[in-house]
Design a protein around this ligand. Structure first.
Ligand code: MIG
Length: 849
């Protein structure tokens, strides 16, 4: 009792001491600085042993750099790809676009079209305002930026109504307020919602306050940490164990604008090939060859679509990367070409460790090329991983990445279509650090930097080498590279997955918030192991997980060695039918999904979207951890608890169609919807035009035919309702449709197809227009179908380009006909079919007079 009291008192005193003294005395504040004259878009400051620069890269983007000493180190970033920001003219006498610098004895102010940056000189403190004088963000008054030995940290004011998002692969709640996080790529088998750090480091966050967003990207590869009010309720801070204080400040106020700029700076997810967006099947491990064939046959015999089968570590000869175990896989080219015949692509795993084995070609080449990471004594670092003792390539060297890329030659010749990178944190079987020692040396632009600086970019550089290697071998094929570890900007090279999750309901729930969060951090092509990796899934859990997982940007089932079977048919016939339906839905939506990825590749707006991106001023939407937008127009609210057959869904403002029933609800509203085991709640935004296609067993089994535009009319009026409406009341909605060959880079040379689809309600009917195609991609001849929802009364007639179309009594008949229309009275859907000739076409649905 006494002891406990004593401990209590001690804790209290300690707590008070911490509150009063957030910094121990060894932190040195940046102190006062003097400003130099501004030059174009930049101004420098010098203090006692410190140097600061502020650079305006765009009206809404400012780079802040601070270091000790009299000069900065070399300016090199592994993340940033855009450095040629247009400088809008010399300061002082420039166009209105140029930043305007104003200096006084105590401060410097920089004005851009979007921002006002105020730098207080003594001590140096930064504050950022919008052009109406509204404060967006500022340094903490007491603690600005400080150093403690090699450590550097910046503290920011944290208003009580500000919330934080991003930071990449973080498993906890979407809103990071009140929590702290570290960035140190970690092999975290068995992780849960509270585990931190995980496998990937994305030191970028979005601050959101009163509907207005800004972003901070702390481009520092050392172990870093972000404290969003855990240490003190009114301060947020970020810092690293070494390197410079080097961050970029993005101002929205639209969160999509923040993400757009961030991904402009560090690069976006390139458009994936269509097959990468199909369903992929993985387990640790499918072997030998007969097992792989058995899995493939089952998909086809059971008519469950699938595009790729993964080969985990057992395919290798003693875990030597770039080899096959010839007793398990005697003839890989034959197996892979047979699989390809059946529509499956093969994706093998590759780890960075190269077995120390004088008789092994990859080891021999690595030694000869002097390609391995070294220790200070000049000897290669040796770490044990799957093959036993290994050396590890120094991926910071371009020539090593090139060599690594060349190693894929054999696998590609065997017929593999993509590469799965694992263990690239880098993970080493050694305790307690489970990675390379801090003093292992990397080339790093000739700086010979320690592991502490390179650790967080190792996986990203490995994926760069992999992607470039695959591109060199197959220059006109978009490669799939998927990696477990990465850094900001890694989306340029590889897809990511969330590592070794567990087959629990908690992990299903986590996957949704975590993937939304990754989407908010530039990682568009991301997935979690569907069904869970560790342990085994129950039938219900796997079914619900797949219902959510078909909406992951990257969709793959995976499970660990020794777990129960985890294929879509592993849980009995009833569940197999449900799982087939789930996967079919993903294939049905492929044109829509592909368009969402196309948009993401051009804008950085993710495919799986946290609601806050569209509704930043709606507190309930901002706080949504369990549901998300899938592309522009679908809202998905998967069932994330066992035993539930109804589910609560929050619908933000606007009108929504229930995907399954077409029933309309106007938000903002919480609704409880029926969610039997075979169906996750999905809603469609009213006004949406959703491109879909026929279900195929793999993406290139057959060209899209028909291409269907599912039209969800807006407003309270419904075409065919018989109610006369004035033409002015007619609502119009439209969508851009994009398509290309789905596999090559020809689209970058204009071989693509773009058209605009417009749907308009008219006084006595409904009008659909598709513009003529732009671009030189021509798909094979096919039909166009318009599927207009919520048409309560059978229309009187349908015309195309002024010519009447024939009414078909059934959908089967419509299916046989080259054109015509049909009406499904039960579903209240009108189907219109016309040939897709690539020219402009209109269809007019006319009410019965
Ligand atoms: O030490 O290759 O996250 O997906 O199946 C484990 C075997 C190594 C970890 C990966 C997992 C993969 C497993 N790997």
């Amino acid at each position: 009792m006494k002891l406990r009291l004593l401990r209590h008192a001690f804790g209290l005193v300690l707590g008070l001491a911490l509150l009063a003294l957030p910094l121990d005395a060894s932190w040195q504040d940046i102190g006062p600085v003097k400003a130099s004259p501004p030059a174009e878009n930049q101004i420098m400051f010098h203090g006692a042993g410190t140097i600061v620069s502020l650079t305006v890269l765009a009206p809404d983007l400012v780079r802040v750099r601070m270091a000790r000493g009299t000069a900065f180190g070399p300016d090199y970033s592994y993340a940033v790809v855009k450095t040629d920001w247009p400088v809008p003219g010399p300061a002082g006498h420039a166009t209105s676009e140029a930043p305007q610098f104003t200096q006084t004895a105590t401060s410097v102010t920089i004005r851009t079209l979007k921002l006002e940056v105020r730098a207080q000189l003594s001590p140096f403190r930064l504050a950022l305002y919008d052009r109406n004088g509204g404060l967006i963000s500022k340094d903490d008054d007491d603690l600005g930026t400080a150093w403690d030995g090699a450590r550097v940290r910046t503290w920011k004011w944290m208003p009580e109504d500000e919330h934080y998002f991003g930071l990449g692969e973080k498993a906890g709640p979407l809103d990071k307020r009140g929590r702290s996080y570290a960035m140190w790529n970690t092999d975290a088998y068995g992780w849960d919602a509270s585990t931190d750090p995980l496998y990937q480091s994305i030191p970028f966050y979005i601050g959101l306050r009163q509907g207005r967003a800004y972003g901070v990207f702390f481009d520092n590869t050392y172990r870093s940490s972000f404290d969003m009010g855990a240490e003190s309720p009114d301060r947020a801070s970020f810092g690293a164990e070494g390197g410079e204080m080097n961050y970029y400040f993005f101002y929205g106020p639209d969160p999509k604008a923040v993400l757009g700029r961030y991904t402009e700076l560090v690069g976006r997810t390139p458009l994936p090939a269509r097959w990468m967006l199909g369903y992929h099947q993985c387990r640790y491990s499918y072997y030998p060859e007969n097992m792989v064939r058995f899995i493939a046959d089952n998909f086809r015999q059971r008519h469950i679509p699938c595009d790729a089968i993964f080969f985990d570590i057992h395919y290798m000869d003693g875990y030597r990367v770039f080899t096959w175990d010839k007793s398990r896989f005697p003839d890989p080219p034959k197996l892979l070409s047979d699989l390809r015949q059946e529509g499956f692509r093969a994706v093998p795993i590759i780890d960075p460790g190269i077995k120390i084995d004088p008789n092994y070609f990859a080891y021999q080449e690595g030694v000869k090329g002097d390609d391995f990471v070294k220790m200070p004594d000049g000897k290669p670092f040796v770490g044990a991983v799957w093959p036993g003792e290994c050396n590890f390539p120094d991926f910071t060297q371009p020539r090593v990445r090139e060599w690594w890329g060349s190693l894929y030659k054999g696998l590609l010749a065997d017929g593999v279509a993509g590469i799965w990178n694992d263990m690239d944190e880098p993970a080493v079987f050694r305790y307690p650090s489970k990675t390379m020692p801090p003093d292992a040396i990397f080339w790093d632009q000739g700086l010979n930097s320690p592991h502490t600086k390179i650790h967080n970019v190792y996986g990203m550089l490995m994926s760069e080498g992999t992607r470039d290697g695959l591109l060199k071998l197959h220059p006109n094929e978009r490669p799939l590279v998927i990696t477990r570890a990465t850094y900001a900007g890694g989306q340029r090279y590889a897809a990511v997955w969330t590592g070794d999750n567990t087959s629990t309901w908690d992990h299903l729930r986590i996957s949704v918030q975590e993937l939304m969060n990754m989407g908010l951090s530039g990682l568009t092509l991301a997935g979690a192991d569907i069904g869970g990796f560790a342990l085994s899934s129950t039938p219900e859990l796997y079914t619900r997980w797949l219902e959510a997982g078909i909406f992951y940007p990257y969709c793959r089932t995976h499970t660990e060695y020794g777990s129960r079977d985890q294929e879509p048919w592993s849980y009995g016939n009833r569940i197999t039918d449900i799982n087939r339906k789930s996967i079919e839905l993903r294939y049905h939506l492929l044109p829509y999904l592909y368009n969402a990825f196309h948009e993401a590749s051009e804008t950085g707006i993710p495919v799986m979207r946290a609601l806050l991106l569209d509704y930043p001023d709606d507190a309930t939407a901002v706080d949504q951890n369990q549901e998300f937008l899938f592309g522009d127009d679908l809202l998905v609210a998967p069932v994330l608890k066992d035993g539930e057959i109804t589910w609560d869904v929050y619908l933000p403002r606007g009108e929504w169609y229930d995907y399954w029933t077409d029933q309309r609800t106007t938000g903002p509203k919480h609704v409880t919807v029926s969610a039997p085991l075979d169906r996750a709640p999905i809603f469609v935004r009213s006004g949406a035009i959703v491109p879909t296609q026929q279900v195929v067993q793999y993406t290139d089994q057959a060209p899209i035919d028909p291409l269907t535009f599912e039209i969800y009319p807006q407003g309270t009026h419904s075409p065919g309702s018989g109610q006369a409406q004035s033409p002015e009341s007619g609502q119009t909605s439209s969508r851009q449709y994009y398509e290309d060959d789905g596999i090559s880079f020809d689209y970058q040379r204009g071989v693509s197809l773009r058209e605009t689809v417009t749907a308009q309600e008219e006084a006595h009917g409904f009008r659909i227009e598709v513009s003529a195609r732009e671009g030189s991609y021509t798909p094979p001849a096919r039909s166009l179908v318009f599927k207009v929802h919520a048409v309560r009364v059978q229309p009187g007639s349908v015309e195309t380009d002024g010519r009447p179309l024939e009414f078909q009594k059934s959908l089967e008949e419509l299916g046989q006909a080259s054109d015509g229309w049909a009406y499904d009275a039960e579903k209240m859907v009108v189907w219109v079919k016309v040939p897709d000739r690539g020219v402009a076409v209109t269809a007019q649905i006319k009410d019965r007079q």
